[in-house]
Design a protein around this ligand. Structure first.
Ligand code: FNR
Length: 180
């Protein structure tokens, strides 16, 4: 299986981007995980869409999602919600409306997130459920939450406890995605 893991942070040293890389490095046997970020995606503007169509960066990401057997969304938490840049990207990815189904509907999708705080992006994940329901993804019910991300996802690799948590979660998502 081929999965794509999208980080919802643009920050160079982002914990969520680091989390996507950790997932790629620890992918279960038979799975490859490609990492993606949201760089190059402009703010959604209906006038821009009408004038120039859907931006290349959005189309490129959509193609990668459509080619994947599984989609992983790694969301930071800003003020208890998904960051605007992530929601903005999801909005662009549903334009024009007829591409929404082929891009998202029934696609095995997993939510994860990392924060230096103690609640593992619980609120951002809960908030994003409304949007993911709208997109009709097949959502893996187990969400991966990484707290104290600086230690948990150390620069040299995850702590043992976190590595075990990640491996268990990846195996669970592989079973979920295989069931289709
Ligand atoms: C945050 N941060 C944060 N963390 C959290 O656990 N709950 C929250 O509600 C918030 N709110 C928040 C608002 C704003 C505007 C910023 C910039 C940050 C901290 C956040 O988790 C931290 O900056 C992470 O490092 C962001 O993720 P990346 O960029 O490391 O992936």
């Amino acid at each position: 299986m081929k999965w794509i893991a999208v980080s919802g942070s643009l920050r160079r040293d982002s914990f969520n981007t680091r989390l996507t890389r950790t997932l790629a490095a620890r992918a279960p046997e038979g799975v490859t995980v490609a990492c993606a970020t949201l760089h190059g995606i402009p703010l959604y503007d209906g006038d821009l869409e009408e004038r120039d169509g859907v931006p290349e960066a959005v189309e490129a990401l959509r193609q990668r999602i459509c080619d994947a057997d599984g989609l992983i969304l790694a969301t930071p938490e800003y003020n208890g919600g998904m960051p605007g840049v992530f929601k903005n990207a999801l909005d662009w990815l549903t334009r024009p409306p007829e591409v929404m189904g082929p891009t998202f509907a029934n696609r095995p999708t997993a939510l994860c997130g990392a924060t230096p705080g103690g609640l593992g992006t619980t609120l951002a994940q809960a908030g994003s459920l409304v949007t993911l329901r709208q997109l009709k993804v097949a959502l893996f019910p187990d969400h991966l939450r990484i707290s104290q991300a600086g230690d948990a996802l150390g620069e040299a690799g995850p702590e043992d406890r976190t590595a075990r948590q990640i491996d268990r979660w990846l195996r669970g998502f592989a079973e979920f995605a295989e069931r289709g």
